[in-house]
Design a protein around this ligand. Structure first.
Ligand code: PLP
Length: 446
């Protein structure tokens, strides 16, 4: 019975072989946070505890966990068609899912290129941007502009346009010709804002400076997350994204929104582009498209971009890019079942309706010890804790461990920032439970 905590599940004796990603491996292996099952708003640990999920796994499981509609669709698809080649052959669900995603995207973004993760989506969008510029006779536009504190996955392209020092500094020169906008965060002017801060639209003006510095005719695209997630939930200042759109359009530079976490309802809309009324040239997505149940990512491109490739002899491949597992049948089946759930259970609407309740509840943590800022947007919150004297990131790490081991709560951290990004099936009681537990965690590690 998955609605009850599992009885203890065997844990392997030897944890040595698995080199865990983005993990403090030695600390984990001393005190493993081991998960055996999941249902709706909860995880179950291998020692039989029930943990409330305030992270939607990793911003993925927007419809909650263990949804039978999704697992049944995956199982049926595995029986019917396990794999078929995505190059030069097709399977119906890929076309169906692409149409469904294009329908959710802003008008004019009509074509979907599938891959398997947010990282692949970022690199795919960058490559399409560069190729498109070349096709239209602007082959000198090979630079990309990212943003400090941006995260676009871990491919060489995404790492290069990303703005996280630790993710970059061991990996040499990455991609040449990349520059970065400043981050949009200024604590003095924005602390404890709910939603989009009033201050900061002018951070977009730095793009004019970069255009002056490098020359518009060298820049292919600008890529930003509408809301930076991985560096601690940084909502866009009012008017900021609109300004980026105006400046990029003026200079023939493509604008890419990385919506890997903001897509599929996180901000109460299908995409952040819709919330802000700003249509970029491409949107990248991943995570929520399959509710996290099967890996999948993709790029939604404008017809203007897509159509530019559709020339030359019709037997010739138009874009020399793709992955063996692009539009994998299991991922497409999971994606279609997931989009049905989002629609039928009105989960984006639920996120929108709960946004003010969630914001008020999380802001009530304002006077807990060491809380130096709180930001909320959609069903997302970032809570900044003052670093411990003996090292940045340690208080956040202790909070995550205390939450899991002692308070039956899963949250994510970005340094000393606690990130709350619960599944969109959340209700007001569960908001109360999560916020109460976060308060206890913050006090426990004070
Ligand atoms: N882009 C953004 C905005 C993300 O938040 C993430 C992951 O958190 C990625 C890209 C990378 O996605 P993946 O880990 O699926 O490669």
């Amino acid at each position: 019975d998955k609605s009850k905590p599992n009885s203890a599940v065997n844990v392997p004796n030897d944890l040595d072989a698995f080199w865990m990603p983005f993990t403090a491996n030695r600390a984990f292996k001393r005190a493993p946070k081991m998960i055996a099952g999941a249902k709706d708003m909860h995880y179950f640990t291998t020692d039989g505890r029930k943990i409330i999920d305030a992270a939607a796994g990793m911003w993925c499981s927007n419809a909650g966990h263990g949804r039978p509609q999704i697992s049944a669709a995956i199982a049926a698809q595995a029986e019917a068609l396990d794999f078929s080649p995505p190059f030069q052959f097709g399977q119906p669900k890929a076309f169906e899912l692409a149409s469904r995603i294009a329908d959710l995207a802003p008008e004019g973004l009509d074509h979907v290129f599938f891959c398997n993760s947010g990282s692949e989506a970022a690199d795919t969008a960058l490559k399409i941007a560069m190729a498109w510029q070349q096709i239209r006779g602007q082959g000198g536009r090979t630079r990309f502009i990212g943003r400090e504190r941006g995260y676009h996955g871990v491919g060489f392209g995404g790492t290069a346009v990303g703005g996280i020092g630790n993710n970059r500094k061991m990996f040499g020169t990455l991609l040449n010709g990349v520059d970065h906008l400043p981050a949009t965060y200024d604590r003095d002017k924005q602390a404890f804002s709910k939603g989009e801060p009033e201050y900061g639209a002018h951070f977009a003006d730095a793009l004019e400076g970069l255009v002056n510095l490098h020359g518009a005719n060298t820049i292919a695209a600008v890529i930003v997350e509408p809301m930076a997630g991985s560096t601690g939930v940084l909502p866009p200042p009012k008017g900021y994204l609109q300004k980026l759109r105006e400046i990029t359009r003026k200079h023939g530079i493509l604008l890419i929104f990385d919506e890997v976490i903001t897509g599929f309802g996180r901000l109460g809309h299908s995409f952040a582009a819709e919330r802000y009324g700003v249509t970029p040239d491409m949107i990248t997505f991943a995570k929520g498209v399959t509710n996290g149940a099967v890996p999948m990512g993709g790029v939604i491109a404008s017809s203007e971009i897509h159509d530019a490739f559709m020339s030359g002899p019709d037997y010739a491949i138009e874009l020399f890019h793709g992955y063996t597992y692009s539009a994998h049948p299991l991922a497409c089946a999971a994606g279609l079942a997931t989009l049905d759930l989002y629609r039928d259970e009105k989960l984006f609407e639920n996120a929108k309706a709960l946004e003010p309740v969630f914001a008020d509840a999380v802001m009530s943590l304002k006077s807990e010890p060491n809380v130096v800022d709180i930001r909320t947007l959609g069903l997302t919150a970032g809570i900044d804790l003052a670093p411990m004297a003996d090292g940045p990131g340690k208080r956040g790490f202790e909070a995550m461990n205390s939450a899991f081991h002692d308070h039956d709560l899963m949250l994510r951290i970005a340094g000393d920032t606690l990130a709350l990004t619960p599944p969109l099936i959340l209700n007001a009681d569960q908001i109360g439970e999560i916020v109460d537990k976060v308060g206890r965690v913050i006090r426990a590690i004070a």
